[in-house]
Design a protein. Structure first.
Length: 255
């Protein structure tokens, strides 16, 4: 970690472009309007930017969307085939991901934009499901924003179910799945109880099955980032299997 941190601290002040007119404590916007990551975000990036399976615990208001975008940007620059699919529990959360300008710890300024936003008021889950499958079928890596899609957890579950039912799970490859508010996750093998029973009795979110698929097929270029203020579900059920927990790199920013 020390070597990695030293490497990224070598970016010059000129490249970072810190605004010399700014005197406010914590103001990290450079002359070109790009925000440097906060200290907590920076620590998270340094620990997680090269990890394919990640858990990020950050308090509310700590800038989880910035960290997700910064890590995903680095991952996609490192692997030009990789695309990023961000999943949020409700559409209102998506706005914080749509347009972000930041400076990575490498010193690179980046304007993050999502080319495929599926959380608008006029969209519905059925059409979104078809849209995501079409996006998976026709990968385009020409423009960075075209490699990024955001949808709800519900859409992700519907897509996974549709692909499983039609025998097209092979479309899930070279894909970084970023799950915001990851405490909604339910371990795909939780307590030996089938998801059908849990869904019927407790209305649980089945996105855990999608995460399980990514974990079991990680050799196909699949990655998972889970970000939340608290990883505890609060109902006694586990989010991930013990094997998965051991294989995920975990960053925790204390309150």
């Amino acid at each position: 970690m020390a070597k990695v941190q030293d490497k990224f601290q070598t970016a010059t002040a000129a490249r970072v472009g810190r605004n010399p007119l700014s005197t406010a404590i914590g103001d990290t916007t450079n002359l070109r309007g790009f925000d440097q990551l906060r200290e907590g975000q920076r620590k998270g990036w340094l620990q997680q930017h090269d990890k394919p399976f990640r858990i990020n615990n950050l308090p509310t208001g700590a800038g989880k969307s910035y960290l997700i975008a910064a890590i995903a940007t680095h991952r996609m620059f490192e692997n030009r085939k990789l695309r990023t699919w961000i999943c949020v529990p409700e559409t209102s959360i998506a706005d914080g991901f749509l347009d972000i300008k930041f400076t990575l710890p490498t010193g690179m300024d980046w304007h993050w934009e999502i080319g495929h936003p599926l959380c608008g008021e006029k969209q519905n889950e059925a059409s979104n499901t078809r849209y995501v499958i079409d996006w998976l079928q026709h990968p385009s890596t020409k423009y960075m924003k075209g490699r990024i899609l955001i949808s709800t957890h519900a859409t992700a579950v519907r897509v996974y179910q549709m692909l499983a039912e039609t025998g097209r799970l092979d479309l899930l490859k070279d894909l970084n799945l970023e799950i915001d508010e990851g405490h909604h996750l339910l371990n795909a093998q939780v307590e030996g109880i089938g998801h059908e029973e849990i869904d019927a009795e407790m209305g649980r979110n089945r996105i855990g099955s999608l995460v399980n698929h990514f974990w079991e097929n990680r050799k196909r270029g699949l990655e998972v980032g889970i970000t939340t203020a608290t990883f505890a579900r609060g109902d006694g059920y586990s989010n991930l299997t013990p094997e998965q927990l051991a294989g995920f790199s975990r960053f925790n920013l204390p309150y």
